[in-house]
Design a protein around this ligand. Structure first.
Ligand code: SAM
Length: 232
C-alpha cells in the first residue's frame, strides 16, 4: 500500500508552493477546527501526510496521533505530531478510542474507502466526531491556464483521474485520484456515520482566467458515529 505522489506532495507542502486554490483548503480547515474544543481530546489524523493539520489540533490542546502509509511523509510529520505507519486500512487502536478523527483529502485517493470508513467508525467514540474533506465530485479539470471545465457526461462513472497541481514556482505535478459520484460517498458513510454537515466552499474567481464561475474544488463534512443498540 503506498501513495506514489508523496515526495511531490511533500515538496509542495514543505516549500509552500501551493497553487492559489490550496489557500481555500487551508482557510476552511482553520475555520472548521476553530469550531471545536480540542483541549485534552484524543485526535486521530488519518492520512496525516506531513502532519500540518494534526499540528493545528495539537496547538489547540489535543493529543494527536497521525497515521499514514507513506514513510516519506511520516518522516516529516513526526517532527510535528506522534505518528504510526499503516500497512493496511486497519489501525491498531482500541474500539471507541478517539474523540475526533480527521480524514482530510484521503478518501478519494484510496481504492476502497468503505474499508477506511468502517475502521474510522470502529475507533471513534460514540460521542465522537469525524471531520473529513474530499475532492468535490463536481470539481473541475484545469488546463495550464487554470481554466474551468467540468464534464457532466462523466459524472456518474467511477474513474481513476488525474489532478494537476500548478505550483507557485511554475512547475506542476499530477496526482491520481478516484472520481466517485456523491451518492457513492453517501452510501459508503450511511452504515457507519450520520452526516451532520456538508460545506462546499467556492474558489475566489480572481484566481481564474474565466470570471464566469465560482468553481468548487473541495467538499468538507462532519459526521457522527451510528451507534447501534437498545434505544428503549
Ligand atoms: C492528499 S494527501 C492529504 C494529506 C493530509 N491529510 C492533508 O490534508 O494535508 C493524501 C494522504 O493520504 C495518504 N494515504 C494514501 N493512501 C492511504 C491509505 N490507504 N491509508 C491512509 N492514508 C493514505 C497519503 O500518504 C497522503 O498523506
Amino acid at each position: 500500500m503506498d501513495w506514489k505522489e508523496d515526495q511531490q506532495w511533500l515538496d509542495m507542502v514543505e516549500k509552500n508552493l501551493y497553487p492559489p486554490k490550496q489557500f481555500v483548503f487551508e482557510k476552511e480547515i482553520e475555520k472548521l477546527l476553530k469550531e471545536y474544543d480540542f483541549g485534552n481530546k484524543r485526535v486521530l489524523d488519518y492520512g496525516c501526510g506531513a502532519g500540518k493539520v494534526g499540528l493545528l489540533a495539537k496547538k489547540a490542546g489535543a493529543n494527536v496521533i497521525g497515521v499514514d502509509v507513506s514513510e516519506i511523509l511520516l518522516s516529516v510529520a513526526k517532527e510535528r505530531i506522534a505518528v504510526e505507519r499503516l500497512s493496511t486500512q486497519k489501525t491498531g487502536f482500541d474500539d471507541d478510542y478517539f474523540d475526533f478523527i480527521f480524514c482530510f483529502m484521503v478518501l478519494h485517493v484510496v481504492p476502497d474507502p468503505v474499508l477506511v470508513i468502517q475502521e474510522l467508525s470502529r475507533v471513534l467514540k460514540p460521542s465522537g466526531k469525524l471531520l473529513f474533506a474530499i475532492v468535490h465530485p463536481f470539481s473541475v479539470s484545469w488546463d495550464e491556464n487554470e481554466t474551468y471545465s467540468f464534464d457532466q457526461s462523466q459524472y456518474f462513472y467511477k474513474q481513476k483521474r488525474k489532478w494537476t497541481f500548478h505550483l507557485k514556482n511554475n512547475k506542476s505535478f499530477q496526482a491520481d485520484y478516484f472520481h466517485r459520484p456523491l451518492s457513492f460517498y453517501y452510501s459508503a458513510f450511511s452504515s457507519y456515520f450520520v452526516i451532520n454537515r456538508i460545506d462546499e466552499p467556492t474558489l475566489p474567481t480572481r484566481f481564474f482566467h474565466s470570471k464566469k464561475y465560482a468553481p468548487i474544488e473541495y467538499l468538507f463534512g462532519t459526521a457522527s458515529k451510528v451507534v447501534c443498540g437498545d434505544n428503549s
